[in-house]
Design a protein around this ligand. Structure first.
Ligand code: E4P
Length: 218
């Protein structure tokens, strides 16, 4: 399973990159706004900066909601760097745009996915990645991981090549369960990635090893 970090914060991206396990980055308009990145020129400069930090797929989301607007904006984003993946919302115009980008050799990430029906449509349109938002589904008292498993089954039965990118990750257990359910990629907050390394027995065991080593060598 590939690991993407889900942030527009350059320091967090650097920290995730330093782990040596990072395959890409996802952003969205809320994450860009959180970093105070406003205005077309600044947004584009920020995407370029992310592409310079990480050699992997970098999702950059269109703001336009109509087909023509998405194509124009998506082409501009794709022109910024060869690693840019155009992130397109799951709407009727979004599906048409994904088909257009796919036919024109531009990678896409279909975002805001909450059902298997949406997943089938995006795969048929040729999406490179599909982003089911598992945390937001869980927030609604449904089961986000169950959706990942259902989509993984459908894609396997139908032979679709779209990669399942588990998004809206809230904790390390989401990552483990998404991997188990068949996600191809997880995009995670840095905190959830770091959380995977934690186990109290590891810390207790290491403290004991170091104490025994010190005692024997003193
Ligand atoms: C990923 O591409 C999404 O933008 C992101 O995972 C959404 O996460 P949230 O539900 O925590 O905002």
């Amino acid at each position: 399973m590939k690991f993407f970090v889900d942030t527009a914060n350059l320091e967090q991206i650097k920290e995730a990159q330093a782990l040596g396990i990072l395959d890409g980055v996802t952003t969205n308009p809320s994450l860009m706004a959180k970093e105070g990145i406003v205005g077309d020129a600044n947004v584009k400069a920020h995407y370029r900066a992310i592409c310079e930090l990480v050699d992997g797929d970098i999702s950059a989301e269109v703001i336009a909601t109509d087909f023509e607007g998405m194509i124009k904006e998506g082409q501009e984003l794709a022109d910024l760097h060869e690693n840019i993946v155009v992130k397109v919302p799951m709407t009727i115009d979004g599906i048409k745009a994904i088909r257009w980008f796919s036919d024109n050799g531009i990678k896409t990430n279909c975002t805001l996915v909450f059902s298997a029906g949406q997943a089938i449509l995006a795969a048929k349109a040729g999406a490179t990645y599909l982003s089911p938002f598992i945390g937001r589904i869980d927030d609604m008292n449904w089961d986000g991981i169950e959706l990942i498993a259902q989509i993984a089954d459908i894609y396997s039965i139908q032979g679709y090549s779209t990669e399942i990118l588990a998004a809206s990750i809230r904790n390390p257990l989401h990552i483990v369960r998404a991997a188990e359910a068949g996600a191809d990629v997880c995009t995670c907050p840095l905190k959830s990635i770091l959380g995977l390394a934690k186990h109290p027995l590891t810390h207790i065991g290491l403290a004991q090893f170091l104490a025994d080593h010190k005692k024997a060598n003193s």
